[in-house]
Design a protein around this ligand. Structure first.
Ligand SMILES: CC(C)(COP(=O)(O)OP(=O)(O)OC[C@H]1O[C@@H](n2cnc3c(N)ncnc32)[C@H](O)[C@@H]1OP(=O)(O)O)[C@@H](O)C(=O)NCCC(=O)NCCS
Length: 134
């Protein structure tokens, strides 16, 4: 069974392994945990058999009108089971008072996010990979 929780204060970095698949340089588990704990909202999915975190989503926000979802990831062996959708559903349901919720994604994932009422918009980004410690 999969358990979903926003109690990210109760998990340790040792349960956040295997994320950031395919990143040339990854965030460390400690950074991942600090990101979840420092976010406006965050949910994780936990495999109750192993207590391993197998998916996470987080949102940063001004708390009034605007938010951004930097990371949604499900471990490869758990993908395609609706876990990412449930994480998105929970974080969006928890923040219905906000005016705008943005995220960046590759073009093939746009239809996925359209399922949650999101629309494609142009954007800009700058990445500094030297900040990652994984
Ligand atoms: C994207 C991701 C979070 C989806 O989580 P998930 O638990 O596998 O998704 P769900 O089971 O809820 O939904 C599966 C659907 O997502 C689609 N999907 C997943 N990854 C996709 C991709 N890279 N491109 C296009 N569609 C994708 C699947 O085709 C599937 O569609 P279907 O329902 O029509 O069969 C997960 O695949 C993942 O962690 N990918 C790697 C990290 C990533 O790309 N994160 C998003 C950054 S913006």
């Amino acid at each position: 069974m999969i358990r979903y929780t926003d109690a990210v204060d109760t998990i340790g970095a040792d349960r956040l392994t295997g994320f950031f698949v395919g990143w040339p340089v990854a965030a460390s588990p400690e950074q991942h945990l600090a990101v979840l704990r420092g976010s406006y909202r965050a949910f994780v999915a936990i495999d109750e058999e192993t207590e391993r975190v197998i998916g996470s989503v987080n949102m940063i926000s001004d708390g009034v009108l605007t938010a951004y979802v930097p990371w949604l990831e499900v471990l490869p062996e758990y993908q395609g089971q609706g876990i990412g959708s449930e994480l998105m559903r929970r974080i969006l349901a928890d923040t219905e008072h906000l005016y705008s919720i943005d995220l960046l994604c590759e073009a093939p994932l746009q239809p996925y996010y359209e399922r949650f009422g999101m629309l494609p918009v142009p954007g800009m980004s700058r990445l500094r990979r030297s900040a990652l410690q994984g």
